[in-house]
Design a protein around this ligand. Structure first.
Ligand code: NDP
Length: 340
């Protein structure tokens, strides 16, 4: 049994991480920007787990120093999941980059000072597969790094994840030597939600299922089930060989049109809402001028980003659900939560 801090405990991925840690017998503490979220978080976790769950919640903001030392005090491991992940594009990219990078450094420094054994950082495929332009390798692996300076093949969010992960490695390879770091790089995370308070990635299901897009844009993504993202975090915390390594977690690339067809086959009642035909690129670009959440997908137009999950399977013993299972579990949970 270990004592584990999960940052951003109120989030989609963190909720599943917390429940898997508890199921494995660990003692969990969480952070949130407001400790007042505690009762609601415990109620949501208990409902999903089908038994009482009660974790302690400590207030800490990635933008500030206060709270981190107290939150990390006495912990064996820290799973740093928190990072801003808005559904739109911020006016100033630094609104995302600053908390992502400086927040990661705050957590790592506090972990080092507290004698934590290992930190697991939730990075993203965004730190591997972006900014390549036409030079993108046919198969991306953990050896690859995104180029955050190529603004045509990035969003503020993808840049924030690359810059934060780089800063984390630079810290543990320099000033923070001795602190172990492992990094999880998920693709688009779907799978079951615990409440109607949704991560931005669920828009891949809520947008088509609520009739918000008339036709399917020519985009696609790797999909991974949130339960498998959580199990990768738990394994990366304890598997000795995971120290000093990053792990891509995703199923193979899938076009959005294929996601829509999976939804169409499963949910006949949503036929009228689901998009039909292909949305021409020029139309999407025009719509993005008025709909900020569409700006996020502009770098995806026509781009196939293929990744390998071989390392996670080999080193972490990772055995993921299929993309179809992640899509359907996510969609059913959204229907059950009354979101779509
Ligand atoms: P959520 O939006 O559900 O969770 C994000 C969490 O980050 C929230 O708990 C939020 O806390 C916290 N957070 C945001 N800004 C701050 C801040 N300034 N200070 C403290 N906490 C903050 O998203 P996910 O669960 O999907 O994302 C979790 C992590 O996974 C993020 O690092 C994200 O980049 C990464 N990721 C997600 C993917 C996906 O497809 N979902 C794919 C790849 C990586 P609060 O409740 O206070 O708002």
């Amino acid at each position: 049994m270990a004592r584990v801090l999960v940052t951003g405990a109120t989030g989609f991925i963190a909720g599943h991480v917390i429940l898997q840690l508890i199921a494995a017998g660990h003692e969990v503490r969480g952070t949130a920007r407001s400790a007042a979220s505690g009762p609601n978080l415990n109620a949501v976790l208990s409902k999903y787990a089908g038994k009482p769950v009660s974790i302690e919640l400590v207030a800490a903001n990635l933008d500030r120093d206060e709270g981190w030392a107290e939150a990390i005090f006495g912990m064996d491991f820290v799973l740093h999941v928190a990072s801003p992940f808005p559904a739109g594009v911020p006016k100033d990219p630094d609104d995302l980059i600053r908390p992502a990078r400086d927040g990661a450094l705050r957590v790592l420094k506090a972990a080092k000072a507290a004698g934590v054994k290992r930190v697991v950082l939730t990075s993203s495929m965004a730190a591997i597969a972006y900014g390549w332009g036409d030079q993108r390798p046919a198969l991306l692996t953990e050896e690859h790094w995104s180029n955050p300076d190529n603004l045509k093949d990035n969003t503020a969010y993808t840049r924030s994840k690359t810059i934060a992960e780089r800063a984390a490695w630079d810290y543990v390879n320099g000033e923070g030597k001795g602190l172990e770091l492992a990094v999880i790089n998920p693709a688009a995370v779907l799978g079951p939600v615990m409440s109607g308070d949704l991560s931005a990635s669920l828009e891949l299901l809520t947008q088509p299922m609520s009739g918000k897009i008339p036709a399917v844009p020519r985009i696609g993504f790797g999909i991974v089930d949130v339960r498998d993202v959580a199990s990768a975090h738990v394994a990366a915390m304890t598997v000795p060989e995971a120290a000093g390594e990053r792990f891509l977690v995703s199923q193979p690339f899938m076009w959005f049109s294929e996601v829509v067809e999976i939804l169409r086959a499963e949910f006949p009642a949503y036929q009228k809402k689901l998009p039909k035909g292909t949305l021409p690129d020029f139309l999407l670009k025009g719509m993005a001028l008025f709909n900020p959440s569409l700006k996020l997908i502009l770098p995806e137009l026509g781009r196939e980003r293929n990744i390998s999950n071989e390392k996670a399977r080999r080193v972490l013993g990772w055995q993921p659900h299929t993309a179809e299972e992640a899509i359907l579990a996510g969609a059913h949970s959204l229907v059950d939560a009354g979101v779509v």
